[in-house]
Each structure stands twice: as structure tokens, then as C-alpha cells.
Design a protein around this ligand. Structure first.
Ligand SMILES: Cc1cc2nc3c(=O)[nH]c(=O)nc-3n(C[C@H](O)[C@H](O)[C@H](O)COP(=O)(O)O)c2cc1C
Length: 346
């Protein structure tokens, strides 16, 4: 039985404990894509509060894949210096930090990017907003963008990168049969776009740099063979030297407040059938949930909202305390409307 609080390694990453702060967009970056003082404070605090592995909110790899006006960007060398200040602060506090990289695909708002969203197919990824189908040339350019962004993350001092293949962003749109109705090789092999992206990232960052992945254990459309196909894909990722896969689900944001351990069953199956360490995220609300995830074979237990509510969650539960998070998902919108990150903050 793994101890939640014992030091461990994930691939070649030494961690203080097995608790991960899952990628969480804070909507607090500067409008030019650089790191803001508020973000510096946020990540420094997470490191000071003993989080084992910190994964940043998703940073966009291309201007056309931006998610919101305050998202950090990694599509140019000018972003490296500010990011380096952030990783230096985290390391000075003894933390380990991985940057999540994404392209928001059919969900990239035109009001932010100035362009019609691009996606695997000409469908409405956001109701009422048809996306434009990507050409193969454009897809190869986006794969190169992921690779260049990963190199910048490495130069900025990140301990690794996590490639975002979940939550309806571009790479997961390719994987889900509902959102990928292409008739070419990227439709017949839905994992091809993500696989080629990882191959290019690996080639760009070198053989030893930690590369992680975030995926869904379920999919929106009818696909009885989804978990089997995902298992095969994760084993290919293991061959590419991917360090671990964090397992979420496409429907995480519609889970009711009382729901727990949403994706444990799928993640357990993946942990048993793949050669890749699996990190579970979704509805782990307290120390018992996290320990249950480890007992089921997970390498780490990961959470997002608990840390928005109380960045000191790790030290709090170590002392026998509880989380105050209500699981309401109010945090998705309240920063823009109230300037607070959690409905419980004063
Ligand atoms: C405000 C907010 C922002 C999020 N931003 C990201 C993100 O940038 N990347 C990502 O992969 N998931 C993101 N998520 C999803 C979380 O990482 C996590 O998968 C989900 O909230 C379920 O975990 P939880 O039950 O511990 O909150 C976000 C969640 C919230 C509430």
C-alpha cells in the first residue's frame, strides 16, 4: 500500500508526496500571455504548502488555440523569461512543477483569437459556433507548435510538460468519435494526431525530459471499444517514454457536488492493462478518496478544486483536517464575475 505522504518518484521526477495539483486554469495571466504577479503568488504558495506535483493551468501552444484572454501562452520565446521566474520561485520552495500545454481547438473563442475556431471536423464544438476543419498541413504545424512550446517549457525550468488530450480541447477532439468525423487517416486512426504530437515533443525535448499526458477514460459518443483503444494508445505512449497519464473524463464539469472518484473504475482498468503509471483525477475530495486511489493502483492522487478552495489542503489533511470545498464548480466562473477564485473566499 503506497503512503500518500511519503516521498516517491514518478519516472525520473522526485516528488515530496503522492498528491498532485491537477492543471487548473486560474484566469489570472496578463492579457499578453505572460505570467502575472498573482500567478507567481499562487504557484509559490502551492509549493510552500507541500503539494507533491504541481501541474500548471493549460498554456496555449499556438495563437489560434488560445482558450481565454488571460491564459498563459508558450508560442514565442518572449514568454520564457516570466515563466522562468515562476519555476524559480516554485523550486526555491522545494516544489516540482510541470507545465500543461494545450490547443483549445473548436473551443477557442473567436473573440479572443480573432479567427474562426479550427478543429478536426466542421462541427459545432461550442453550440452555435461552427469550427473549420483543419488541413493536414495545419495539423502538422500545430504538432510542431506543441514541440516548440515544450522546448520553451524546458528552457523556462519546468520539471516536465503535460500534453492536454482531455476536456474537449483539440487533441481530445481528435480522439472522440463524436468530434472527429474525418474521412482521412486522422479519422480512421483517431489517436494519430496525439501520437504524432507526442513523437514530435519527445524528439524536440530529448529522451530524458519528463513528458506526461492527460486523457479521458470515457468518450462522448458511442464507442464500446474506447477503453481498449486507449489502452493500446497508452502503451505506445509508454514506448515513447511518457512518464504517466492523468485520467479524467469528458463529463467532469457536469458531476454533481456529492459525486466522488468519478473515473476510478476506468483508471483502475488502465492501470492494470498498461505499462504507464496512472494518475487519477475527478472527485477526490479528502484523504480517504486519495488513499483509495493509491490502493487501487494509481501512482498519484490528483485534485483541482480542493486547492482553489484551500491551497494548504496537503498540510491540512496531514494534520487530520478536512477540505471545505463544496464541489460546486462555482470556481469555473466566479473569478471573472467576482474576482474571487472560490465562492467561499472572502
Ligand atoms: C477552475 C478550473 C479550471 C480548470 N482548468 C483546467 C486546465 O487548465 N487543464 C485541465 O486539464 N483541467 C482543468 N480543470 C479540470 C481539473 O484539472 C480536474 O480535472 C477537474 O476539476 C476534476 O478534479 P476535481 O474534482 O479535483 O476538481 C479545471 C477545473 C477547474 C475547476
Amino acid at each position: 500500500m503506497s503512503d500518500l505522504f511519503a516521498p516517491c518518484t514518478l519516472g525520473n521526477l522526485p516528488l515530496r508526496n503522492r498528491i498532485c495539483r491537477s492543471a487548473t486554469n486560474d484566469y489570472m495571466g496578463n492579457p499578453d500571455g505572460t505570467v502575472s504577479p498573482a500567478q507567481m503568488n499562487l504557484y509559490r504558495e502551492l509549493a510552500e504548502q507541500e503539494v507533491g506535483l504541481i501541474i500548471t493551468g493549460h498554456a496555449c501552444v499556438s495563437p489560434d488555440g488560445r482558450n481565454d484572454a488571460n491564459q498563459n501562452a508558450m508560442y514565442d520565446d518572449r514568454f520564457i523569461a516570466g515563466q522562468k521566474t515562476l519555476t524559480d520561485a516554485v523550486h526555491a520552495a522545494g516544489g516540482c512543477i510541470v507545465q500543461q500545454l494545450s490547443h483549445a481547438g473548436g473551443k477557442s473563442p473567436q473573440a479572443v483569437t480573432g479567427r474562426v475556431p479550427v478543429a478536426p471536423s466542421t462541427l459545432e464544438y461550442v453550440p452555435g459556433v461552427p469550427a473549420r476543419e483543419l488541413t493536414i498541413e495545419e495539423m502538422h504545424r500545430i504538432q510542431d507548435d506543441f514541440a516548440s512550446a515544450a522546448v520553451r517549457a524546458k528552457q523556462a525550468g519546468y520539471d516536465g510538460v503535460q500534453i492536454h488530450c482531455a476536456h474537449g480541447y483539440l487533441l481530445s477532439e481528435f480522439i472522440d468519435p463524436t468530434w472527429n468525423v474525418r474521412t482521412d487517416a486522422y479519422g480512421s486512426d483517431r489517436f494519430r494526431m496525439a501520437r504524432e504530437t507526442l513523437e514530435k515533443v519527445r524528439a524536440a525535448v530529448g529522451p530524458d525530459y519528463p513528458v506526461l499526458l492527460k486523457v479521458h477514460s470515457n468518450c462522448q459518443g458511442e464507442a464500446s471499444d474506447f477503453l481498449a483503444a486507449l489502452t493500446e494508445f497508452l502503451n505506445i505512449c509508454a514506448d515513447l517514454g511518457v512518464v504517466a497519464a492523468e485520467v479524467s473524463g469528458f463529463d467532469f464539469a457536469s458531476q454533481p457536488p456529492e459525486a466522488r472518484r468519478y473515473y476510478l473504475q476506468g483508471a483502475e482498468e488502465l492501470a492494470a492493462k498498461t505499462r504507464l503509471p496512472i494518475i487519477l483525477v475527478g472527485g477526490l475530495r479528502d484523504r480517504e478518496d486519495m488513499q483509495a486511489a493509491l490502493d487501487a493502483g494509481m501512482a498519484l492522487a490528483s485534485a483541482s478544486r480542493l486547492f482553489i478552495c484551500q491551497p494548504d489542503f496537503v498540510s491540512r489533511i496531514k494534520r487530520g483536517g478536512m477540505s471545505a470545498c463544496r464541489g460546486c464548480y462555482g470556481c469555473f466562473r466566479c473569478y471573472q464575475t467576482t474576482g474571487k477564485r472560490c465562492v467561499l473566499h472572502r
